[in-house]
Design a protein around this ligand. Sequence first.
Ligand code: NAD
Length: 374
Amino acid sequence: MEKDFELFDKMRAHEQVVFCNDPSTGLRAIIAIHNTTLGPALGGCRMQPYNSMDEALEDVLRLSKGMTYKCAAADVDFGGGKAVIIGDPKTDKSPELFRAFGQFVNSLAGRFYTGTDMGTAMEDFIHASKESNFINGLPVEYGGGGDSSIPTAAGVLHGIKATNYMLFGNEELGGHSYAVQGLGKVGFKVACGLLEAGAHIFVTDISKESLHAIELKAETTSGKVTVIAKEDIYSQPVDIFVPCAFGGIINDNTITQLKVKAIVGAANNQLLNDKHGNMLHEKGILYAPDYIVNSGGLIQVADELYGINHDRVLAKTKRIYDAILEVYKEASNTGKTTEESANQMCEKRIADRTKRNSFFTSPEKPKWSIRNLS
Ligand code: NAD
């Protein structure tokens, strides 16, 4: 008889997958822990009406692996994990369901920290936090760091400064032009930062209120704003494209339109797939890997373990400047794409830690539990 270990085959390099089932609340969730070499797994919890077990499992495995890279790049003492709750966020939520989820998180005794992601909100995790200490990203009044878009936007501005340094030999934000797609929680703050530095920004959003608000803001700064139609954002002949709306926007169709020198933005999963990193490379467009540029929110969440201190978090987001420059230099030395270079640098960081293995035995051990504790 042929042996069948399909689930382990699917797990590939993941350390642990936990299936959480609580019929009384209707909770069906999967927690995936990809790698805890750098510290306990950290990653948000999505709620989505997945169509099948396979779809939910694939999603949680893919997302948790991504978190390992994101944590390594941000140099936080966490590994990669993620959770998905199978259900419709509009109709299937209840306080009891999130308390049950909190109990499962707690049963992992600090191997996995979680909070909001697509389909879940801070209020949901206030319920989960009644059952577990391993919930982060709560509102300030509940002891959390609150709105993560502030450090995320700060990180994007550091990424743009590093890119300007690479392109023009100085990091000044002003004196250059930018196309900002999306003026939401992150994009609006990035646009304000650029205007305050005296830049000319071309902006688009589907929200008229946001466009009006940025025009009002521009009047109080030395910068200039030009509102453009959403389909024209890709073809603007500016220095940097700053995507802050949604993923998959770097694709066959948009790459042919781009007339920029670089892309630096907050949106997650900007490259539709790996080949688009190569296409940008061939076109001579510098791409700042999104998971490094937008890691300010992650830095805040990771920093919560030391107590809430927004100044410290903003200081730590300056690492993004160095990380992006390091990636650009590595890519230019090796001829690889920036995305490949970033991934390899993360893999090396994890491999080096595995070899040294002394970090966790220092007298100042972190309070949370980790795999390599000896
Ligand atoms: P948001 O929902 O507040 O903002 C998105 C904005 O994009 C909205 O203003 C929306 O109207 C606009 N938009 C939607 N469709 C558009 C279109 N076709 N053209 C132009 N604009 C359009 O989200 P956010 O929190 O600002 O996040 C923006 C991106 O950054 C997302 O991809 C998110 O996953 C990513 N990100 C956010 C954070 C964070 O801390 N908020 C952290 C990491 C990554």
